[in-house]
Design a protein around this ligand. Sequence first.
Ligand code: NAD
Length: 456
Amino acid sequence: MSETLQVIEPATEAVLAEIPRAGVAEADAAVARAKAAFPGWKAIAPGDRSRLLHALAHLLQDNLEELAVLEARNAGKPIADARGEIGMVVETFAYYAGAPERLLGDTIPVAGGMGFTVREPLGVVALITPWNFPLCIAAWKVAPALAAGNTVVLKPAELTPLTALRLEQLVVEAGIPEGVVNVVAGPGSTAGARLCAHPDVAKVAFTGSTEVGRSIAATAAQTIKRVTLELGGKSANVVFADAEIERAAAAAPMAVFGNAGQDCCARSRILVQSSVLDTFLDALHDAVAQIVVGDPLSEATTMGPLISASHRDTVAAFVDADSPVSMHGETPEGPGFWYPPTVLAPVDPSSRAATDEIFGPIVCVIPFKDEAHAIELANDTIYGLSGSIWTRDGGKALRVARALDTGVLSINSNSSVRVSTPFGGFKQSGVGRELGPHALEAYTEIKTIYYATQEH
Ligand code: NAD
């Protein structure tokens, strides 16, 4: 195996960087550093830990443009989106910087004394992240983990390790002690697998495919590690006949073609009430025609390339001569892992394109008859991550929202993720929640203490 990792720029297919390739030995060394740093980090007064996290948030803000350009080039995402993501990284660290002094416990009335709870950090936590939102998803894990007093080993996806490596430098520059955050840039099969099996790792927080999530959960079970899993999705965008059709159609493309469809929250099934199908499709085609596919560093670009040649092949295999292609967008000529925004309509809900997570710019439009049919179709999936409901009827919106087996929903909107609200999936989309106050629970253990007060 090569000692270096070649990092490729998806828009040009050129080598962007060559970095040392971490394996089992490097994973072990990172866990040892994190273990050594844990007692010191846990002992830092909550207010001081808070100040250090604020310092890191400021430093990230100061370096926002550099990080955004690095992310745009390495992940192939439009620069405007990359700026937004690094902005969310800053916001995530700022939000959790307020947490160390708010890790509250309970006092509980019990016979003969006082019962109370405190929240303790877990120790060394392994954070394994995907290539689609590299630094953003890393921040969702690193920030609450540090706020709660844990030390971390972060393993970014081998295709997109560059911003994580820069974060590791900024952490130290912010004054956070060496060893508190350790980045291991290497393959999942070696470095990642070792972290999941390592006896000194207390928890694995993973974002990635459902398939890898299953194997991580099985490995982590051997040492009863805590596990949080954020996995795949096949989310529904449900458009009722009484919705603002133009608005729903105008918003639909970027809800699935954003990040070139490589988004776990992609609304990749658009369920449209049959009576408005033609009107909706006309407006959808107009909106898809507005997408600008091209150089991620151009301010005009709204969709970049896919992450790799092999991923493009996987995506392309979902469309064949029998597919009901109602629209194919344009892509640039020349090098780059391009695939055009593609609308399939009307799609048989049992076809592979409608059931599998494609993770690329292909959307399936599926007609439905009535409310009950929409709910049945939306829930007919192993996944349950996000989704949208478009209607002017408030009662119906809430009825359908309660009926859908999904972790995150938007009404008359396609937005899924906010730093202050919990995010995660039902069913095979995952276990546990990230962001909001809930993430802190996932990085702490509750300890119950009983203090006897009776006289002897
Ligand atoms: P992936 O599962 O292939 O890899 C994710 C990470 O796991 C990478 O860092 C990889 O190196 C590592 N890994 C692979 N095999 C491993 C093993 N055996 N042990 C330990 N680590 C291992 O996923 P991907 O292709 O990078 O990302 C795409 C997937 O991520 C999609 O399915 C998408 O839906 C999902 N995703 C989910 C969310 C969410 O929040 N639910 C967010 C983003 C992406």
